[in-house]
Design a binder for this molecule. Structure first.
Ligand SMILES: Cc1cc2nc3c(=O)[nH]c(=O)nc-3n(C[C@H](O)[C@H](O)[C@H](O)COP(=O)(O)OP(=O)(O)OC[C@H]3O[C@@H](n4cnc5c(N)ncnc54)[C@H](O)[C@@H]3O)c2cc1C
Length: 415
């Protein structure tokens, strides 16, 4: 049995704690917040093996530049001479090509499928309901240009064993009998699933406490004492802590904290927004993505959550209501009978996605620090890849070979 300290109580820290305590370890989660906020709560809750193409892909740079000049668009990078942003941007540019995408797809797909299978198990094993549903995902399009792109993605998906069906507008409508849908067509991924993220996180914490996991909240790790290629001590605002093994699951903050460990972990926070309608009388049945608007829509019982936007503007909590307006204005374009008012700022949730420059997470044991495991950088896929990552972390602590290959996720791939 090892004494394991996990830094960060988001979905990655919590799933790691779950598999570690199950494997018989003594686990402590150290969280600078109160476990009620953070990126793992208000997200769209989609479990998406369909998203096997990383963010750094051909065409993303030109699309991004087009979007930059529209204040309601789904993507924005605040221009800055910050060296971390410049390095990240350069690495993103270097990876946004077909050769890297071809390399990334099998790795991402394997981890996604693995993680979904673990969700199926969790839905049986956990003594609470977290809204896990396997109803697939609809990718909806209105323009000829996006139809062509998405149909090509569907072909690639089928080639890699991710089932994708191209649907006409009428076939989309048949799947959504209660809500009028205005699209040119769609691609249906029947293998995707969804859950209610706040129900998962809010119930997992007390369950883990009952299972013996210790939580230290309002506790920020700001430095480390290193000796003999090992982290000997975590220095926090509440004093010093020592563990046999350390898991770094600090989301968007990981790049900064890794510097204290002399590790290069390029990371930018990708801010996104969501808001949720409650008591929706006529709800959609299948989670959907409005492709032109890049808006994710997820039914959660009788609620309906809309999420979107990727703003690379550093770690900050400012809400851009113009971009939220962009999300709201997209709704009647796809659901013409659904009228949604702009929510007030207090009703808008925001989260910081931990984005690596090549679109792949950092998962693995450090080569430089023997007792450090990194598990971060999941960008838009942290919920999807949570259980898979947590199980890998537990296997690494146990010195077992993980069930999926980790080569592409090497946390020290950028030096
Ligand atoms: C609008 C939106 C929609 C999304 N939709 C989906 C979706 O449908 N499906 C999907 O798979 N993903 C989705 N995501 C992405 C997903 O939410 C993230 O990938 C995921 O939450 C990241 O989890 P994490 O545990 O790595 O990071 P976080 O949840 O950010 O957790 C990291 C934790 O570490 C703590 N921490 C940081 N530094 C320290 C320190 N020094 N000391 C102590 N604690 C520290 C932080 O306080 C934080 O609580 C979405 C994100 C957004 C914004």
């Amino acid at each position: 049995m090892s004494k394991v300290g996990i830094i960060g109580g988001g979905i990655i820290g919590l799933t790691s704690a779950y598999y570690l305590v199950k494997a018989g370890h003594k686990v402590t989660v150290i969280e600078k917040g109160n476990l009620q906020e953070g990126c793992s709560f208000g997200n769209a809750g989609m479990i998406v093996p369909s998203h096997f193409i990383p963010l750094a892909a051909p065409g993303m740079i030109s699309k991004g530049i087009r979007w930059m000049f529209n204040s309601k668009s789904p993507f924005y990078v605040r221009p800055s001479l910050n060296p971390d942003l410049l390095k990240w941007g350069y690495l993103f540019y270097k990876h946004a090509n077909q050769a890297n995408v071809d390399k990334a797809i099998p790795a991402l797909k394997e981890l996604s499928f693995y993680s979904r299978s673990l969700y199926q198990q969790l839905a049986k094993d956990l003594p609470f309901d977290f809204g896990y549903n396997e109803r697939g995902l609809l990718m909806l399009y209105q323009s000829e240009e996006i139809e062509k792109e998405e149909q090509e993605t569907a072909e690639v998906a089928n080639h890699f064993g991710v089932v994708a069906r191209v649907l006409t507008a009428d076939q989309v409508q048949e799947l959504e009998p209660d809500v009028k849908v205005n699209v040119r067509g769609g691609v249906y991924f029947p293998g995707d699933a969804h859950l209610t993220p706040q129900d998962l996180v809010n119930q997992l914490v007390p369950f883990l406490k009952d299972s013996g996991v210790e939580f230290i909240t309002d506790c920020e790790v700001f430095d480390f004492k290193i000796d003999n290629s090992k982290i000997q001590t975590l220095v926090t605002n509440l004093g010093n802590y020592s563990f046999d093994e350390i898991v770094l699951a600090t989301g968007s903050w990981s790049g900064t904290i890794a510097k204290r460990l002399q590790l290069s972990l390029p990371m930018q926070a990708g801010k996104g927004y969501s808001f949720t309608l409650n008591n929706v009388q006529k709800n959609i049945r299948i989670p959907s993505i409005f492709l032109e608007a890049r808006v994710a829509v997820t039914p959660m019982n009788n609620s309906l959550r809309f999420g979107g936007t990727m703003e690379i503007t550093g770690v900050n909590h400012k809400i851009s209501m113009n971009r939220v307006r962009g999300i709201v204005e997209s709704i009647p374009k796809y659901y013409p009978e659904m009228k949604v008012d702009l929510p007030t700022e207090e009703k808008v949730w925001h989260g910081l996605r931990p984005c690596s420059p090549d679109g792949l997470p950092y998962i693995g044991r450090s080569r430089q620090l023997n007792n450090l495991i990194l598990a971060t950088g999941h960008s838009m896929l942290g919920v999807s890849l949570g259980p898979g990552t947590g199980k890998i972390v537990a296997d690494l602590v146990d010195e077992k070979k993980p069930d999926v290959g980790l080569l592409s996720f090497n946390p020290e791939r950028f030096g």
